[in-house]
Design a protein around this ligand. Structure first.
Ligand code: SAM
Length: 308
C-alpha cells in the first residue's frame, strides 16, 4: 500500500544520485540553491530530470527512449512493487551489458514476478538486446555516460503518481510526460483512480516547462475522450497539437513544416515520440498483436500569462 512509499518533503531533498550515478555533479557544479541545511547536503546531479513515464509498467518506453535522448534523464514511475523491481534490475543488467557486450543479461532470473505481471515472452529475448554502443570511442567521442545505448540515463521509482508528484519534480522542470495506456477504470465510481483527471492535469502542468509536451495513448476510446476533455478543460494550460503534426505520413521525409509552425525539428521529434509510444510500449505491442485501435493525444504546455 501507499504507506510503504516515502516521498521527499520537496524536490530539492530528493537524492537522485543512486538512480543516475553517471550524472553526479562535481563539487564545482553544485550551486548553493538554498540555505536550508538538508537541501545543501542532498547530493546533486549535473542536470534536472526531464522526461517522466507515468505508470511505466515493464519499461518498454524507457528502454526505447534511453538511446534517443542520451543527454536527458528519464524516469519511469510505477506503483506495483514487483514490476518496479523488474524494471530496476533490467536497467542494471542493460547497463552492465552496454559496458561489456559479452555479458548476456539473464532477465529471466531477475526476481520473482507474478503470472499476471510477467512481461511478454518476446521481452525476455531479442527485445533485451541493446543497440550497439560506439564501436570506436576516440578521444573526441562523447563520454561513456553519453553513449546512446548505455542506459545510464533511465531509472524507475516506485510511486503513486496520483500523490506527491510536485514533491518529486520542481515546477517547470519536465519537458515531456508520457501517459501510455493508463488503466481505464471503466466503472464510474472508479473514475477517481484514473491517472488523468482535471486535477492531475494541473499537477502535470505545474511540473512541466512551457513548450513541454504531454503524450497520451490508449486503446479505450472512452478513456481517450475523457483524457482529451481533461486536457482541453485545463483552462489554457495546454493546447492540443493536431494530428497532422504527429501522424506518420506517406513517403515520410521528416521535413514537412506544416502544423502549428513550431519548427520542423520539433515536429519530427514529436512524430518520433508518438511512433515510439505506439510501437515500443508493452501495451502498444499487445494492442498491435490483437489488431486493436490506438488513440493518441499530444498536448503542448502553454507558457503562463504574466501576472497582471
Ligand atoms: N505504460 C505501460 C505500457 O504502456 O505498456 C504500462 C501500462 S499498464 C496498463 C498501466 C500501468 O500503470 C500499470 O503498470 C500500473 O501498475 C500503473 N499504475 C496505475 N496506477 C498508477 C499510479 N497511481 N501510480 C503509478 N503507477 C500506476
Amino acid at each position: 500500500s501507499d504507506h510503504a512509499l516515502t516521498y521527499p518533503a520537496s524536490p530539492s531533498q530528493m537524492d537522485w544520485t543512486p538512480h543516475y550515478p553517471s550524472f553526479v555533479a562535481t563539487k564545482s557544479e553544485v550551486k548553493p540553491e538554498s540555505d536550508a541545511a538538508d537541501e545543501a547536503t542532498t547530493p546533486r546531479l549535473d542536470r534536472q530530470l526531464e522526461i517522466a513515464d507515468i505508470g511505466c509498467g515493464f519499461g518498454g518506453l524507457l528502454f526505447a527512449l534511453a538511446p534517443k535522448y542520451p543527454d536527458s534523464l528519464i524516469l519511469g514511475l510505477e506503483i506495483r512493487t514487483s514490476v518496479t523491481e523488474y524494471v530496476e534490475q533490467k536497467i542494471l543488467a542493460m547497463r552492465a551489458q552496454a559496458k561489456n557486450p559479452s555479458v548476456q543479461p539473464n532477465i529471466t532470473k531477475l526476481g520473482p514476478l507474478d503470472e499476471d505481471t510477467k512481461p511478454p515472452k518476446s521481452e525476455l529475448n531479442e527485445d533485451t538486446k541493446p543497440p550497439p554502443t560506439n564501436p570506436d570511442p576516440s578521444p573526441t567521442a562523447v563520454s561513456p555516460s553519453q553513449v546512446p545505448g548505455s542506459y545510464t540515463n533511465i531509472s524507475v521509482l516506485r510511486a503513486n503518481t496520483m500523490k506527491f508528484l510536485p514533491n518529486l519534480f520542481p515546477p517547470t522542470s519536465l519537458s515531456k510526460i508520457f501517459l501510455c495506456f493508463p488503466d481505464p477504470h471503466f466503472k464510474t465510481r472508479k473514475h477517481k483512480a484514473r491517472i488523468v483527471s482535471p486535477g492531475l492535469v494541473s499537477e502535470y502542468a505545474y511540473v512541466m516547462k512551457p513548450g513541454g509536451v504531454a503524450y497520451t495513448i490508449t486503446d479505450v476510446e472512452d478513456l481517450h475522450l475523457w483524457m482529451c476533455s481533461a486536457f482541453r478543460g485545463s483552462g489554457g494550460l495546454f493546447e492540443e497539437v493536431p494530428g497532422d503534426v504527429w501522424e506518420e505520413r506517406e513517403g515520410e521525409d521528416g521535413l514537412d513544416g506544416g502544423g502549428k509552425g513550431m519548427g520542423e525539428a520539433w515536429e519530427a521529434e514529436v512524430r518520433e515520440d508518438v511512433r515510439i509510444m505506439r510501437e515500443e510500449t508493452e501495451e502498444g505491442k499487445k494492442v498491435t498483436r490483437n489488431g486493436g485501435q490506438k488513440f493518441v493525444g499530444v498536448w503542448r504546455r502553454v507558457a503562463d500569462p504574466p501576472w497582471p
